[in-house]
Design a protein around this ligand. Structure first.
Ligand code: ZN
Length: 241
């Protein structure tokens, strides 16, 4: 791990995972900025969640408020137009003939990381922090650590840099991601995660379930609810960052 003062750029969507990553970065780095990507999602609600989460984290965690720097929003609608998936077009969420869910946007994390690195270069930030996870995720190939190691090498060669691509959730289960939130910010951070983050693929806020807002039936809601219920069944443990 590099010196703490080098700063981090968090890929921040306003979802549960990237909120845990933001807290992890605020715990670890003196200077943290966030970047969001507008790639033509059908759900402006996701972009709205980012603002609420950032504001509430700054308000409820004074120690983090001073570390939380600028938020950047990058227009990726050109990429969204290229990618063909259920998130950017009206298409059912299903398994495709390639054995990947139709929510998979080919190469999305690679594109995001290239843009994030260009931004981090300009902002003097060294750590790129993302919520990619291999454990109980849908098998997206650009979430694998091996992919991200290769991407880190490519970015550092291509930009003459010494970035590190940090993935604090890589080997955690969804239940452990809740435990990590508690370990980083106690029940107040769990409350922010439940009430303000957005994960639902269908973009539904709807009623507030114990695990948060969402339709409750899409794969993202199911994964989130199952992780939460498992964490509660274990007695709401906390995981030290
Ligand atoms: Zn949902």
């Amino acid at each position: 791990m590099g010196p703490m003062n080098e700063g981090a750029l968090v890929l921040f969507s306003g979802g549960q995972d990237s909120t845990a990553c933001l807290a992890w970065a605020l715990h670890r780095f003196d200077r943290v900025e966030t970047v969001g990507f507008d790639y033509g999602q059908k759900h402006a609600v996701e972009l709205e969640a980012r603002r609420h989460v950032r504001a509430r984290m700054a308000r409820e965690f004074p120690a983090w408020a001073g570390r939380l720097g600028d938020d950047h929003m990058l227009d990726m609608r050109g990429f969204g137009a290229v990618a063909d998936s259920a998130l950017t077009r009206d298409r059912e969420i299903e398994m495709t003939e390639r054995g990947l869910p139709s929510t998979f946007v080919p190469g999305r994390n690679l594109v995001f990381l290239a843009y994030a690195a260009a931004l981090a270069d300009r902002r003097g930030l060294k750590a790129l922090v993302g919520g990619m996870c291999e454990t109980d995720f849908s098998g997206y190939p650009d979430c694998r650590r091996a992919t991200l190691d290769a991407m880190q090498t490519a970015l550092n060669l291509g930009m003459e840099q010494d970035f590190s691509v940090e993935t604090p959730l890589m080997w955690l289960t969804k239940a452990q991601t809740w435990a990590l939130a508690k370990g980083l910010g106690g029940e107040p951070l769990v409350a922010i995660t439940v009430e303000d983050t957005h994960t639902c693929y269908l973009g539904e806020r709807g009623t507030l379930h114990p695990w948060g807002h969402g339709c409750g039936v899409c794969p993202a809601c199911e994964l989130r609810a199952r992780g939460f219920e498992q964490w509660v069944a274990e007695g709401r443990p906390e995981l030290a960052p």
